[in-house]
Design a protein around this ligand. Structure first.
Ligand code: HEM
Length: 416
């Protein structure tokens, strides 16, 4: 029988890995009564998760499996505006998925992203200059968050004064849309965000620029390539995925390095290891813990377990990345790990559109942080750190650091 477990415990949020290890051993699939999706089948092992990404029996668009049954999102406590936001390319199958992805993929190719390098270097330096002047920093609020938030906002063309507002609105959704009550409480917030998107669209209609937002607005104006709801859900997805994930790569990555001083030292002595270090921090830190849900188009058998037709299926991505049958010493951080076939960016047609951008930001951010602050350390005991309960993401609420040994900012040290 497929084991049933509770995936929403405080311990799991702080450290899910011992539980994931047990689940991998016990069963390739476990059942959890998800507060939103209901009965959900979670895949636990690397090989099954990798296969699921290209399995034609699984759909991303639940309407493709409903066959007249009630839509799980079609509940009285889910107002229409949430359905619009959620109806983005992650929740589509071919051919709609291809049409939507084609509209934006040019903005995120490795070449296009390489052209962003100077801008990312500039933002990183400015943020670290400001952070250095403080006695103690919250690495997330002072660095890991403003970096991707500024980069995706500049790419999209979001005015500076609006950036923190939309970040707060999106954070509210991410951290609260985990229960029916959360949906109701977040309705005014989602409504305001929708108003903000419409304001952005009007702005780029009247003042077109050389940015992604203008390109999308023009695609919508040209008619059949993008309708208005799709335009809104695209803006939502790009702005959200563009910063709420990379913040966790930098935050979880810095924490992992601080908790493994010998690896941090190795990176300082061999800065050329930054490429493999970022890959290992993606594997070890799992900025995205669970990707979007899939739906079974037909009954699926998995080692004696039955996933019924129409069922919701989720992948424990963070479990796949610690699967000892694939990664030697899977719970050990090794910045020289090769090969490193992690699945932090997913796989298949929904493979992360922003992977080259996330890698660029993560690389430059960690390179500069490690080089400029050789003595940085945690400002509180690690046990006091708190993790967010965001849907699908794994990240800290705050990461208090002392950047220099005495905690004194550089300017004060120079004057002394
Ligand atoms: C470390 C940072 C990041 C991680 C770990 C990450 C992870 C992922 C994963 C696992 C998926 C697949 C989800 C699924 O199959 O359900 C995904 C998709 C996606 N990501 Fe990222 N992501 C990151 C950064 C970014 C950035 C910077 C952007 C920029 C806009 C972005 C945009 C997207 C988009 C648009 C999709 C949907 C692709 C599709 O459905 O075809 N991501 N990401």
């Amino acid at each position: 029988m497929t084991p049933e477990i509770n995936l929403k415990t405080r311990e799991l949020r702080a450290n899910p890995y011992p539980t994931y290890a047990r689940l991998r051993k016990e069963s390739p699939v476990v059942l959890y009564k998800h507060p939103i999706f209901g009965k959900t089948y979670y895949l636990t092992r690397y090989n099954d998760i990798v296969s699921s990404f290209t399995d034609p029996r699984l759909a991303n668009d639940r309407r493709n499996v409903l066959e007249g049954k009630k839509d799980p999102m079609d509940r009285w406590w889910v107002p229409k505006l949430f359905r619009i936001l959620q109806n983005n390319m992650l929740a589509k199958d071919v051919p709609d998925h291809r049409r939507l992805r084609d509209l934006v993929h040019k903005g995120f190719t490795p070449r296009r992203v390489e052209e962003m390098k100077q801008a990312v270097e500039r933002i990183v330096s400015e943020l670290l200059d400001a952070a250095e002047k403080k006695p103690a920093v919250d690495l997330l609020a002072d660095f890991a968050l403003p970096l991707p938030l500024t980069v995706i906002s500049e790419m999209m063309g979001v005015p500076e004064e609006d950036r923190l507002t939309f970040h707060r609105q999106m954070g509210g959704l991410l951290d609260n849309l985990t229960t029916p009550a959360g949906f109701l409480l977040q309705t005014p917030n989602a409504f305001n965000m929708m108003r903000f998107f419409r304001k952005l669209i009007r702005l780029r209609q009247t003042e077109p620029r050389d940015d992604l937002l203008t390109a999308l607005v023009q695609a919508e104006e040209q008619g059949d390539r993008l309708n208005e709801d799709e335009l809104i859900s695209m803006i939502f997805l790009l702005l959200l995925a563009g910063h709420e994930t990379t913040v966790n790569l930098i935050g979880n990555g810095t924490l992992a390095l601080l908790q493994h001083p010998e690896q941090l030292q190795k990176l300082r002595e061999h800065p050329e290891l930054i490429g493999s270090a970022v890959e290992e921090l993606l594997r070890y830190g799992n900025p995205v813990d669970q990707p979007s849900p899939r739906y079974a188009r037909e009954e699926i058998q998995l080692e004696g377990h039955v996933i019924p037709k129409g069922a919701t299926v989720m992948c424990l991505l963070a479990s796949a990345n610690r699967d000892e049958s694939v990664f030697e010493n899977a719970d050990t951080l090794d910045i020289t790990r090769k090969p490193n076939r992690h699945v932090a960016f997913g796989m298949g047609v929904h493979y992360c559109l922003g992977a080259p951008l996330a890698r660029l930001e993560g690389t430059i951010a960690l390179q500069h942080l490690v080089r400029r602050f050789p003595d940085m350390k945690l400002a509180v005991p690690a046990e006091q750190l708190r993790w967010r309960g965001s849907i699908g993401l794994r990240g800290l609420k705050a990461l208090p650091l002392l950047l220099s040994p005495s905690g004194a900012p550089a300017a004060m040290r120079e004057a002394a």
